[in-house]
Design a protein around this ligand. Structure first.
Ligand code: ADP
Length: 401
């Protein structure tokens, strides 16, 4: 059974084709710079020797429709797919599902309209996600399509955690509340952690830390999300590559008054020039690690601030979750940066978290545990795989019909 997963951005479409019998990747790639000079396709296909063979084509790709047609054509040409009719379904990543979508949804005109109505909440992402769905529906009308929402996993968060302490009319009229993002990743790693620990997910209390360019924490109680650090937008919470995370909102008004910057300019500063980049000039954690190691004080401060913010969330979530079973690290930084994992778990023995420093060193394949023998809480690295989770949810959604 083959499932195609699409992640459509404003000028790109990323894709992965799965064989769901063994969850293997048959092909993957992206069309990028759609509608711009230099538009190109990068395609990887699995060879009979289970290696991935790469093809790159630079050609004009004027719009998403042509991008999708190119993807269908290269999948056929390289033998990954005989025809789109061979697909059991197409799973689409959709960033914002608002309060309506607590689960994946079969794409219908009504679902498309509901996603369109949510554009004000995700003006950068939902239009591009919609475009991808519309093009795929037109081009492969006989293939069932499913929307999988980044926000859905967080819809179990109770009102006392999702409401902000602002006038309720702003919630009722303008839907201002915590939504949370990275839900597909948090759900996937929680599931994998449960498999690794050989316990049912609905018996586990977990904190998952998705640390990539964006970063968020989720508090998972008995398998259900009860809080998360990203909020109304992905700007809230942890320190990220270029986003500030938690901030006194009054700073925005102060900056507007003192500098004359517009709200759009301040928004750009907080989203694109802040976080690690704002503190030390660089947003790539590999480089920051090297700089910190060679004595750069700003990089050392960036690492200290990054880990300190995470520790505050670990403490806060432990307070509301009850007895914690596991702390999960995932995302490019969580999976690879041992010095960050060490910094986040330093001096947390009083909360039951004790890392074995030897086990923490370096990178390994698959899930692995980092806690020492006396640690009450398991400390796990669980590689995320959002595309596979979208494929699995697509199968479940179509199977439930
Ligand atoms: P995205 O959120 O864009 O999917 P990723 O999950 O790939 O991002 O994470 C990107 C981050 O992971 C970057 O800051 C990168 O420096 C960091 N990273 C990747 N590999 C390593 C490594 N070996 N050591 C430290 N940081 C790493």
């Amino acid at each position: 059974m083959k499932i195609l997963v699409l992640n459509s951005g404003s000028s790109s479409i990323k894709y992965q084709l799965f064989d769901m019998r063994d969850e293997s990747v048959l092909a993957a790639g992206s069309v990028e710079q759609i509608g711009e000079p230099g538009s190109h396709l990068s395609h990887y296909v699995r060879t009979p020797l289970a290696e991935m063979e790469k093809t790159i084509r630079t050609l004009p790709i004027p719009d998403h429709r042509q991008g999708f047609e190119l993807i269908s054509a290269i999948l056929r040409e390289t033998g990954a797919l005989a025809d789109t009719g061979e697909l059991r379904g197409i799973g689409h990543r959709v960033v914002h599902g608002g309060e309506q979508f607590k689960d994946p949804a079969r794409v219908t005109p009504a679902v498309l309209a509901a996603i369109r109505a949510l554009i004000p909440l995700a003006p950068l992402h939902n239009p591009a996600n919609l475009l991808g769905m519309e093009v795929a529906m037109e081009t492969a009308p006989s293939v069932p399509q499913v929307a999988v929402f980044d926000t859905a996993f967080h819809q179990s968060i109770p009102p006392h955690a999702y409401r902000y302490a602002i006038p309720k009319r702003l919630y009722e009229t303008h839907q201002v509340r915590r939504y949370g993002f990275h839900g597909t990743s948090h759900r996937y790693v929680a599931k994998k952690a449960a498999e690794f620990l050989e316990k049912p997910l609905n018996t586990l209390n977990l904190i998952s830390l998705h640390l990539g360019n964006g970063a968020s924490a989720a508090a998972i109680q008995q398998g259900r999300c009860i809080d998360t650090s990203m909020g109304f937008t992905p700007l809230e919470g942890l320190i990220m590559g270029t986003r500030c995370g938690d901030l006194d909102p009054a700073i925005i008004f102060y900056l507007a008054r003192e500098t004359g910057l517009s709200s759009g300019e301040i928004e750009a500063i907080l989203n694109k020039e802040s976080g690690l980049k704002g503190i030390c000039g660089v947003n790539d954690m590999r480089t920051i690690g090297e700089m910190a190691g060679s004595g750069n004080a700003e990089a050392q401060l960036a690492v200290a601030m990054y880990c300190y913010r995470i520790k505050k969330y670990i403490g806060a979530y432990q307070a509301v979750i009850g007895e914690l079973d596991g702390l999960i690290f995932t995302g490019g930084i969580g999976e690879n940066a041992d010095f960050i994992r060490a910094g986040c778990c330093e001096n947390l023995a009083h909360l039951g978290l004790e890392m074995d420093n030897e086990k923490n060193i370096g990178r390994r394949k698959g899930c692995f545990a980092l806690e020492n023998r006396t640690s009450r809480v398991k400390i796990l690295v669980v590689p995320t795989n959002e595309e596979l989770e979208i494929a699995e949810q697509t199968v479940v959604c179509l199977g439930a019909e």
